[in-house]
Design a protein around this ligand. Structure first.
Ligand code: UDX
Length: 453
């Protein structure tokens, strides 16, 4: 059992803290927000993440996890301090490291025994060297401090599971002492550990995330071509997926990737390359394709409808993916303002993301259009002139083609997640446009009806 402190209680920090407690370590999570700390002590998580509150409550009751704003008491005798604070993107695409620097300084001024500082936040290659130097420059006591890199690969919505059952744990260290200590902390998880030097560990994080972003953009690129040549991207992906070298994950074409990692990490790595006089062409392509992809369906719909002014527009799904209330870089944030500008009366449904979305676009009149949030999905599509699907929530997938036909004023659906079967939509006489697949046009519906007759 090690005494662990965790700086920052966002997705990375809080989930890591709860999982370390779960495997038996003694954990103190530090945050600057007093209210947040008090809420967490009551077992309430500031983020929506499956299974997290259960872990927090169980381990708090067992005395294995606590929360505090008093960083000094948490850091002074910790064996290891994990840093999980944010590294938000700056206007030039680089990562803002000011939160990390603040924590590093607090650590330097607090620790009273030898300690390993472990950076979990995603940081530009070389940052950990600087953090180590920075802490040593500000140390107030005569103790040994080393910095290790331990990038986080959790996906939102499955963060707890991803942490406890990670494919691998990457540890980047510069000494045997640091390597052994970190291996010891992870030993109870019983997971494969890849031990490399610090810079390689930092790079593994970017290279992995950007590869996945690239995979999605590649499929979106292929999808756009499929539309032009009459192929079906889902069939293409299925055919590709049997090749083990390609694998069967992250091949879904759609409305583009969002979230807190892919958009940020692609831009950050491109920035690192530029700083080093190198042009990272593949990652740049992934970014460009994604930007275009997010509004492709909107543009398609604009051509079909001429105007959105005065139309009831159903928007199904606001979050960047299902299973989270996170809206960061969500396609909805690009499309909703365009629709409002055009005077659309939006009826938006999202099982958990609506509250956050309403903070950005409050209910009611909004520019030339308006937005209404509904908790019943059928209220969104009832009498609608057009429907956009931005997130593949289970509830959205469950709407049958027949219901679109019955409820909508004009059954016209733009599906950014390819969740419906083309044949079923055609049969139900729903005009349907998705990504990289044959559209169900009005003409096609008329034709299939005349064939039936
Ligand atoms: C991602 C990585 O998966 C995780 O390892 C890393 O630590 C953080 O970034 P996350 O952003 O939570 O996690 O979600 P993920 O499930 O990876 O999806 C990211 C985006 O890609 C979503 O917008 C999703 O809709 C999109 N996506 C994913 C696709 O468009 N197609 C796919 O095939 C897969």
């Amino acid at each position: 059992m090690d005494k662990i402190a965790v700086a920052g209680t966002g997705y990375v920090g809080l989930v890591a803290g709860a999982c370390f407690a779960e495997v038996g370590h003694q954990v103190t999570c530090v945050d600057i927000d007093e209210n947040k700390v008090n809420t967490m002590k009551q077992g309430i998580s500031p983020i929506y993440e499956d299974g997290l509150e259960e872990l927090m409550q169980k381990n708090y009751a067992a005395g294995r996890i606590d929360y505090t704003t008093d960083y000094k008491s948490a850091y002074k005798d910790a064996d290891a301090i994990f840093i999980g604070v944010g590294t938000p993107e700056q206007p030039d695409g680089s990562a803002n490291l000011s939160y990390i620097a603040t924590v590093a300084r607090q650590i330097a001024e607090s620790i009273e025994k030898d300690c390993l500082v472990v950076v979990k936040s995603t940081v530009p290659v070389g940052t950990n060297d600087k953090v180590e130097q920075f802490i040593n420059d500000f140390l107030t006591n005569d103790v040994k401090v080393e910095v290790a890199s331990n990038p986080e690969f959790l996906a939102q919505g499955s963060a707890v599971h991803d942490n406890l059952h990670a494919d691998r744990v990457i540890i980047g260290t510069e000494s045997k002492w640091a390597e052994e200590l970190l291996k010891g902390i992870y030993a109870p998880f019983n997971l494969p550990i890849v031990s490399v030097n610090r810079r390689s560990a930092e790079m593994i994080k970017y290279a992995s995330n950007d590869f996945l972003a690239l995979k999605i953009s590649y499929m979106n690129d292929i999808a756009n071509l499929c539309e032009l040549i009459g192929a079906d991207v889902q069939d293409v992906a299925r055919g590709m997926s049997f090749d083990e070298r390609i694998g069967n994950k992250f091949l879904n074409a759609g409305i583009g990737y969002g979230g807190s990692c892919f958009p940020k990490d692609t831009k950050a790595l491109e920035n690192i390359a530029t700083q080093n006089g190198y042009e990272l062409k593949t990652v740049k392509a992934a970014i460009d394709i994604n930007e275009d992809q997010k509004t492709k369906l909107y543009k398609k719909a604009s051509k079909r409808l001429i105007t959105f002014s005065g139309l009831k527009v159903a928007v199904l799904g606001l979050t960047f993916k299902p299973g989270t209330d996170d809206l960061r870089e969500a396609p909805s944030l690009e499309n909703v303002p365009l629709l409002l500008e055009q005077g659309a009366d939006i009826y938006a449904y999202d099982p958990v993301g609506a509250e956050n979305f309403a903070k950005v676009y409050p209910e009611g009149k909004n520019g030339r259009g308006s937005i209404t949030y509904v908790s019943n999905i059928e209220h969104a599509i009832e009498d609608a002139n057009v429907c956009f699907i931005f997130t593949e929530w289970g509830e959205v997938k469950a709407v049958t083609p027949k219901r679109y036909k019955e409820l909508m004023r004009t059954p016209l659906v733009y599906d950014g997640r390819n969740i419906h079967d083309i044949k079923d939509m055609e049969k139900a006489e729903v005009e349907y446009y998705s990504v990289g697949r044959k559209p169900v046009t009005r003409e096609a519906i008329k034709e299939s009806k005349s064939v039936e007759l």
